[in-house]
Ligand binder design. Structure first.
Ligand code: G3H
Length: 255
């Protein structure tokens, strides 16, 4: 805390918390775009917040991405959290294995001594395939568990960067730009007002489940994500934001 006062980060935390009506904000010093060390610290701060938020019996739904992977790799707990479950918030979003929600959920469970379930359903499904797969009892069971999560933890990305990384079709990308998409989180795309401009039918977490979750924790940093973070915070369902100094400063320029 003394170091934070010195660098004025607690003031930045207060300003972000008030600007977006959040319950808690943690800002680590630096810019994750520029430094791998800062991104590591961001992950560490995120893992601490998650551990502090856990109660016995909680189901935690986690999203994917490199920031979430850093968070998972640094999760630690003194006691075995045998009563907790970690589940992926969605199926595959076209990410590499290391960054998939399934990988992150199992890594967290291993480090926590908790339990986990996997969701082996791709996210780009036709309506027909979706209806069929949802009738499988073991898929249904995992999906029901995901949708009942008390805690949701997610990363935030810049819309264009994420659309490219997820290999969306050219015409979808053009539409996103036309609709003013600035941010991606939970597999949804948001404009500057926090309005969802693009969504996909998913076997995982739907918008209504995110709205119903008791605690939504966003973890994202780097100056390049400042505007995207502001968009997702304006969507208004996050309770906690873990970010870095550069992203926080940039986000405040977009309120
Ligand atoms: O939804 C957002 C992305 O998962 C963020 O990914 O942490 O690798 O930038 P990233």
């Amino acid at each position: 805390p003394i170091v934070k006062e010195l660098f004025g980060l607690s003031d930045l935390e207060d300003r972000i918390r008030e600007a977006f009506g959040l319950k808690r904000v943690i800002v680590v010093p630096g810019d994750s775009d520029e430094s791998a060390h800062v991104k590591m610290e961001l992950g560490r701060a995120g893992s601490r917040v998650l551990r502090e938020s856990l109660s016995p019996g909680d189901v935690v739904a986690v999203m994917g991405g490199s920031t979430m992977a850093h968070m998972a790799q640094q999760f630690s707990s003194l006691s075995q959290l045998k009563e907790n479950w970690f589940v992926p918030a969605r199926g595959g979003l076209g990410e590499s294995v290391d960054y998939q929600a399934n990988t992150i959920a199992s890594e967290l469970a291993k480090r926590a001594g908790a339990r986990y379930r996997m969701l082996h359903v791709p996210d780009h499904l036709s309506e027909e395939a979706y209806q069929t797969i949802m009738q499988e009892p073991n898929v249904r069971e995992v999906v029901d568990m995901i949708r009942s999560a008390r805690i949701v933890v997610h990363g935030i990305g810049d819309a264009v960067t994420m659309a490219r990384r997820r290999k969306l079709k050219e015409e979808t990308k053009d539409e996103l730009v036309k609709d003013g998409a600035l941010a991606e989180a939970f597999g949804y795309y948001f404009d500057r007002h926090g309005k969802v401009v693009h969504r996909m039918a998913t076997a995982g977490l739907r918008l209504e489940d995110i709205e119903a979750a008791e605690m939504v924790i966003g973890i994202a940093g780097g100056k390049s994500k400042g505007e995207a973070i502001a968009s997702v915070m304006r969507f208004g369902h996050d309770d906690v934001l873990v970010t870095d100094e550069a992203a926080a400063t940039e986000a405040l320029r977009h309120i």
